[in-house]
Design a protein around this ligand. Sequence first.
Ligand SMILES: [Zn+2]
Length: 273
Amino acid sequence: MKSPITSPLFATFALLILLSSLALIAQDHFAISAALALLSMPIAMYAYGNLHNFFHRPVGNPRVNHSREIQGILLANCLALGWNLYKRHHTNHHKYNNGPKDYSTNLNKKGDWHSGSYYLTKNALIPYLILLIPGAALAEIPKKSWTPLLFIDETLRTLIKLAFYLAFGPKGLAILILWQILFVLQLFYFNYLQHFEVPIGEAVVWQNPLFNHLTLNQGYHDQHHQSPSTNADHLPTIPSRTPPKKTVGVFHPKLFLYFLISPHHLHTQLNKN
Ligand SMILES: [Zn+2]
């Protein structure tokens, strides 16, 4: 299957059209807009795939070419992620790869799995809510790393929300926030599962062609951890260290329920399917 077009600017443009349409519908039909927001999550993962590949495969030198940073800032902020915070957290994820120092590890101090509800609250929901405060990332990023572009990054996240409020009213803003929360929950749900039941340092591989086409090969997560700078297109050529799985099961409502409340039941179910 041929890979889709990849460009952070293209993905930003597509997302802005999608989000504006949802906000417009939300003015009169909030429930329909909320349902469409849920259905649009694969598009969010496509946009994230662009952002992620762009992070690892930068075009141009950021010291001389600010367009890289600007593109990252635009796309990350549409997706509710601060670009500078994302770079910091994702670099940490690759360095510690689900180990105890990984900010988004799915293991507790005893080395047992966190429940999904705890994991999503800690890694997705609370950081999202904190990032609603203008300039919140400045509290986490060391002062020596502050740049003018970081201030643009931080300002933009607030400006997007203000623009939605002014253009589409409170319901338009609410649907933007709902969409962004759904996206971060989805992102961390996948991250949890991609590091579930594999040794620290390795990752799960999902070979579902549709999933990989939509997400720019996010399913080849073990290969990505082995070689983060390899372009997404070439990941399937790297042998994985873990037996590949199909992705279909992770969308099953029963599995999602087990993920939320009992990782041990999730373990039993995943090994049955
Ligand atoms: Zn990565």
